[in-house]
Write a protein that binds this ligand. Structure first.
Ligand SMILES: CC(C)(COP(=O)(O)OP(=O)(O)OC[C@H]1O[C@@H](n2cnc3c(N)ncnc32)[C@H](O)[C@@H]1OP(=O)(O)O)[C@@H](O)C(=O)NCCC(=O)NCCS
Length: 324
């Protein structure tokens, strides 16, 4: 049975940077009060990238995909599987993965979206790993991409300050060398109300509430406990200890969640990749963007053991343990 090895990565952030101060000034024009001090202290977020009107998830995804393909040294026509994790697809259908496929000029690869909100990339990576291990694909492009700014209620200060837009991607290839060692995915649909965007389009009209709503404290607690448990489970299944991990790449929602999780697992801070200060929470894009940033600046190297973790709406969570 072949292993699935990460052979390239890429990331893309829309060029418009919105600092906390700029966001606070904008919200103040609508009598909504927030501040850089509040956002930084409660979340660690200092800025986010926001896509201009009309820019779509598939466009961000394609930028990240091109970078990942170049990094892997392969052409788009070598891909036989394309998975996009997103909660902000361009259309109801076709899938964003099909749109990316067309933009890359690939024909024939299986292409579909995965919807697991902020756990989406980890779900997609585990899915691609299973395809490769089963011999159903040899070269897979796995992308997490979001234009989350489009589903935020910009009059709700408890959510709109937390998120940003972006895309991250990896290329996986069948290999005899160790690659993805273990994965675990979980969900608890009974917790859907703590984080959701419960709207839809029916007969051409929006029904329900299409904006993201969240019980921040409930999400905070569940995120820390579920990710700590999941990290222990994948390590036990892979026969490695938490101390063997070179880099932890957790979902980038809030630096306090990341710090709590790191402490719960006894993970030294210098082994934890943090980009939430620069990117805010980019949902499905957060883990591949953080992974790519740490690979490009030379922290994550070939041979390193990396734990990637996602958590979010659904409620969903999961971990992937990979030898790079
Ligand atoms: C959202 C979050 C930052 C809020 O922090 P918190 O410490 O729980 O704050 P609370 O919700 O208790 O709110 C405290 C006060 O700050 C206020 N507040 C909320 N957002 C604010 C903002 N942007 N600026 C200023 N004040 C704000 C609240 O109205 C509340 O005021 P009150 O005490 O007068 O009622 C925190 O709960 C969190 O990060 N949760 C996890 C969210 C997450 O990561 N979601 C995505 C997971 S995929």
């Amino acid at each position: 049975m072949p292993n699935a090895k990460i052979i390239g990565s890429g990331g893309y952030l829309p060029p418009r940077v919105v600092t906390n101060d700029a966001l606070a000034a904008d919200l103040a024009t609508r009598q909504i009060e927030t501040s850089d001090a509040w956002i930084t202290e409660r979340t660690g977020i200092r800025q986010r990238h926001i896509a201009d009107p009309g820019v779509t998830t598939s466009q961000l995804a394609t930028h990240a995909a091109r970078q990942a393909l170049a990094d892997a040294g392969i052409e788009a026509d070598a891909l036989d599987l394309i998975i996009v994790a997103t909660s902000t697809p361009d259309f109801i259908f076709p899938s964003t993965a099909c749109l990316v496929q067309a933009q890359l000029g690939n024909k024939g690869a299986a292409a579909f979206d995965v919807q697991a909100v902020c756990s989406g990339f980890v779900y997609a990576l585990a899915t691609a790993d299973s395809f490769i291990r089963a011999g159903r694909a040899t070269t897979a492009l796995v992308i997490g991409a979001e234009v989350f700014s489009g589903i935020l209620d910009w009059n709700d200060r408890s959510t709109c300050v937390l998120f940003g837009d972006g895309a991250g991607a990896v290329v996986l290839q069948a290999s005899d060398e160790p690659g993805i060692l273990e994965a675990q995915l979980n969900a608890d649909g009974s917790q859907m109300k703590i984080l959701h965007a419960a709207g839809n389009v029916v007969h051409g009209k929006v029904t329900g509430d299409p904006f993201l709503r969240m019980d921040g404290q409930a999400v905070f607690k569940l995120a820390v406990t579920s990710l700590a448990e999941s990290a222990k489970t994948v390590c036990a299944r892979a026969g490695v200890s938490l101390q063997d991990i070179d880099w932890m790449v957790p979902h980038q929602a809030n630096v306090r969640i990341i710090n709590f999780l790191g402490r719960k697992l006894g993970m030294p801070e210098e082994k934890v990749v943090v980009t939430v200060d620069q990117h805010a929470n980019t949902s499905a894009a957060s883990v591949p963007l953080a992974f790519d940033a740490a690979r490009r600046d030379g922290r994550i190297k070939s041979g390193d053991l990396v734990l990637m973790q996602g958590v979010g709406g659904g409620f969903t969570w999961g971990s992937v343990l990979a030898r790079i």
